[in-house]
Write a protein that binds this ligand. Structure first.
Ligand SMILES: [Ca+2]
Length: 138
């Protein structure tokens, strides 16, 4: 074997691509006040959904629900987030207003928010009374 005339060496650093993911869900009118989306419970359009960092000091972004109530926060980096709904006047949240999610290497779906409409301070929708039997429950 011959000796090389010139010996070349090189190093290449390869970084993994920055993973980006999606957090999505549905905002729906929880007409029967059970915290779940049932048949016939439509989406709520035009509601603001906020994406915060997990310390809730920095807002990462906002989006608005579409006509079917869906929303999607795309292109986010892996970390923990808080997803919040912004309540509108006359509505009350049935599901938690804030949901903590940890994006690792996959999309997070089904971060859903259910709301009912209040007619007055103590009023509930007809659906509420189908599921709650006064005076046995408070
Ligand atoms: Ca429901």
């Amino acid at each position: 074997m011959r000796d090389p005339i010139v010996e070349l060496t090189a190093s290449i650093e390869v970084f993994p691509p920055q993973e980006v993911s999606t957090v999505s869900g549905i905002k729906f009118h929880d007409r029967n006040d059970n915290g779940q989306r049932d048949c016939g419970e439509g989406g709520l359009q035009g509601w603001t959904i906020e994406l915060w960092d997990d310390t809730q000091t920095t807002i990462i972004g906002t989006t608005t629900t579409a006509s079917d109530g869906s929303y999607k926060c795309e292109g986010i980096e892996p970390r923990k987030y808080i997803v919040k709904e912004v309540l509108q006047n006359g509505w009350v949240n049935i599901t938690p207003k804030e949901v903590s999610v940890e994006v690792i290497d996959a999309n997070i779906n089904n971060v859903n928010f259910g709301n009912i409409q209040r007619i007055s301070t103590n009023a509930r929708t007809i659906g509420y009374w189908k599921n709650h039997y006064f005076p046995f429950e408070t």
